[in-house]
Each structure stands twice: as C-alpha cells, then as structure tokens.
Design a protein around this ligand. Structure first.
Ligand code: UD1
Length: 392
C-alpha cells in the first residue's frame, strides 16, 4: 500500500513522526515522505526531523514562503508531478496548515483517496486561515481521523458519513509521551542553560510564551496589547518567549524590538526552539501563554496551566477537560488569570480519553483495513484492540 505522507510546517513533523514509526510494523505499507518546504529554516524544520528521528524526506518540493495562494498553488503544481509518478494508494495529510490543504486538493483532483489526521476541529472563525484549511481538507477527505468528540459532531453536522469518521485520539500526544523522557535529558540552548551570564534561572518558577498566529502577531495593535500584558506578568515571574519568524516580523512592525530576538524588559526573547527543548520547557513551566493549537493540547496532556490568547479554540476539550483557558486578545484577562495561576489557583484538568499514546496505532490499523484490503500478504504485528475506534 503506497502511502504518500505530506508534511510542510513545524506541527506537521510532530504529528507524522509517530505515524511513520507505527508504519514500520506493517511491511505491506510503503510510506513515501514528501516535505513541501513550507518551513525551511533549520530551527523550523531540520531540527524537528532530528529530534523526532524522522527519516530524510524522499522528496522535498521546496515550495517556500509566499502568500497563502502562492504557497498552496506552488505546492500543488510540484505535488502533481510527484503523484503522477508515484501513483499512491492513499495520501495522508495532517493538521491544518497550507501544506495540508495543498496535499488534499492535489490528491482529490487526481482521484487519490485522502486520509486527514486531526479532522473535524472547528473554531467557527472563518477569518482564521487554518479554519478554511480544515473545512476544505475535511470535505476532500475519505478517511477522517478525529482527536476529540467535538470533531465527530462537527463532521456529522457537515453531513459527512459516520462510516468515514474515526475517533482515534491524538498523534501529537503520542509523540509527547514517546519523547518526553528524552526531552528531560536534552540540554537547553546557552541562553537558558546557565552558560550565558544572563541565562534564565529555570530552577525557579517561569512562564513560557509562544505566539505566532496571523490574527495575533500581524496586527500591531493586538500585538502591543498582548506585549503590554506580558510585560506586566514579567514583573512577577520571568517569561521565556521563543520567537517564531512571523512574530519577529510582527514585533518589528509594531515597534516592539529590533530584527533579532534579544533580551527585553523582563521577557526573555530567544530563537525558535527544537521540539525536545520546547517540550522540556513546557513540562517545567508554571504556566504557558500561547495562541498555538498544539500547545493547548500538549499542556492539557502535561497538566500545565495554559492561557490561550485567542477568542475561540477549535480544541474545546482542552477547555472542558484540560488545563486550558481562553483569555482573549486585549491582555487584561491574561494578566488577571496569570496572577491566579501564580497564587496557585490555576486550572488542573485531566487528560482526555484516547489521548493515551496509541492514536497512531489506531490510525495505521484503520488505514490498512480501509485502503489495504485488496493488498495480499499483509500482517498486522502491532495491532491494538480499541473499542472506541469507530465513533458512535
Ligand atoms: C504556519 C501555519 C500555522 C502553524 C505554523 C507553525 C498556515 C496557514 N499556517 O504558520 O497554522 O501553526 O505554521 O509554525 O499554514 N518563515 C521563515 N522560515 C521558515 C518558515 C517561515 O522565516 O522556515 C517566515 C517567512 O517570512 C514566512 C512566515 O515566516 O512568510 C510565515 O510562514 P508560513 O509558513 O507562511 O506560516 P506560519 O506563520 O509559520
């Protein structure tokens, strides 16, 4: 079963790693890894491949940055040639980035079945580029692998057939469980490890910050309001803030710092982190402040209080069951809730059912069952029983 696996951006790499690992148990699967090149800096791409032990991609489309339209179109044109040559039995896309949509569109146009990992999530905010990517990708997919019950509901509401929807758990949490012990032994960069004179002291409480969404960092007013909130929190607890390239540009536009990430007033700005370094910092943080989707889930799995600087989330289970709280974009509630956490009144939450480290096993087994039924000589050495596999 020739399986084209499409990745392009940072969170994709985390999700594909446990899937590729699981596929090793199925000799009948021939995984072909295609990197679209959406992310290309060492810290945004290669460092993740190294940390997550993902093999070199078979093909790198090197599509690079640009407007969303250019990026998706460029990936599609390059991917079409790859699919023509490879004739995959199934195309697997993960998450909600532009590479996800481009992969699904190309496959669907070429008559190839698409499997979407992390289907069904909805923020109901169509101004988010990721929301459009999710809606379109799901509508093009024939197998929909879902992380949480809200995803099943959303897909059913949109008229997708129950037979195509599989509630399987969360591959990002598979990766977290697998790599956390290794992350804990991973040295941190000099600016955080005590080797530098002004290194942060991680033996004392600290908060971790990540911001990179267009809706947060591309609007100077919004970014300034959040920055003001962060600086108020930094008077009470040190903040460590790895700065995404998009955020660096946004901060420059908003007049908040120079081009290079440096120490700022109470907020320690550092370059983007590798997966293991970031995981280690998350697990030791008193709180995490973020606008990322994946970080909302990771903090829920780690039981670390998370303040999400957004008006909505497509991952409601992190609010209802997990340690996540939405604090909006104006910075005021952010400061209030951060103070509560510092007083020891943070949300604890619990880990959702099926976020148990076995989502990739469920997905790969289902792929083989659904797509590979016509392939002879298959063995399922690593199959796991899962009564919840097929969404009720
Ligand atoms: C993308 C995803 C977002 C995801 C994020 C993770 C979309 C619509 N968005 O956002 O959902 O959470 O990745 O990081 O797909 N750049 C570099 N080096 C790189 C990559 C990007 O300098 O390796 C800069 C470029 O200036 C680029 C900008 O960052 O234009 C934005 O990159 P892009 O891939 O368009 O989107 P992200 O903001 O990273």
């Amino acid at each position: 079963m020739r399986t084209l696996m499409i990745v392009g951006a940072r969170p994709n790499f985390v999700k594909i790693a446990p899937l590729l690992d699981e596929m090793r148990c199925y000799p009948e699967i021939e995984p072909i890894l295609v990197h679209t090149g959406q992310h290309y800096d060492y810290q945004m791409s290669k460092a993740f491949f190294e940390d997550l032990e993902i093999p070199e991609p078979h093909i790198n489309l090197e599509a690079g940055s640009g407007t969303a339209v250019k990026q998706v179109a460029e990936i599609m044109l390059r991917l079409e040639r790859v699919m023509e040559e490879m004739q995959p039995d199934v195309v697997v896309v993960v998450g909600d980035v532009n590479s996800t949509l481009a992969g699904a569109l190309t496959a669907a146009k070429m008559g190839r079945p698409v499997a979407h990992v992390e289907a069904g999530l909805r923020s109901f905010d169509r101004t988010m580029p990721e929301e459009m990517n999710r809606i379109f990708t799901d509508s093009l997919s024939e197998l929909l692998f879902v992380t949480e019950p809200s995803g099943v509901e959303n897909l059913l509401t949109e008229g997708r057939s129950r037979e195509l929807i599989f509630l399987v758990g969360n591959v990002m949490i598979d990766a977290l469980r697998r790599f956390l012990p290794r992350a804990m032994c991973r040295p941190l960069p000099p600016e955080l490890s005590g080797q530098d004179e002004d290194a942060a002291d991680l033996t004392r409480p600290y908060a971790l910050v990540t911001l990179h969404r267009a809706s947060t960092v591309d609007n100077p007013e919004t970014l300034r309001a959040i920055w003001e909130g962060l600086n108020r929190i930094a008077r009470e607890v040190p903040l460590i803030f790895p700065v995404h390239p998009r955020t660096r540009n946004g901060m420059k536009q908003a007049g908040l710092c120079g081009a290079a990430p440096t120490v700022s007033s109470g907020v320690k700005l550092v370059p983007p982190m590798s997966y293991l370094q970031f995981l280690k910092l998350q697990s030791g943080a008193t709180m995490v402040i973020t606008d990322s989707g994946g970080v909302q889930e990771e903090t829920t799995a780690l039981g670390v209080p998370c303040l999400t600087v957004r008006e909505n989330t497509e991952r409601p289970i992190t609010l209802t069951e997990g340690s996540n709280l939405l604090v909006g974009l104006d910075g005021r509630r952010l400061v209030e809730e951060a103070r509560k956490i510092l007083r020891g009144e943070g949300k604890k939450g619990r880990v959702p059912v099926l976020w148990d480290g076995n989502a990739s096993a469920r997905i790969v087994r289902t792929l083989v069952d659904q797509i590979g039924t016509n392939h002879s000589g298959r063995t399922k050495a690593c199959a796991l029983p899962n009564p919840l596999l097929h969404a009720a």
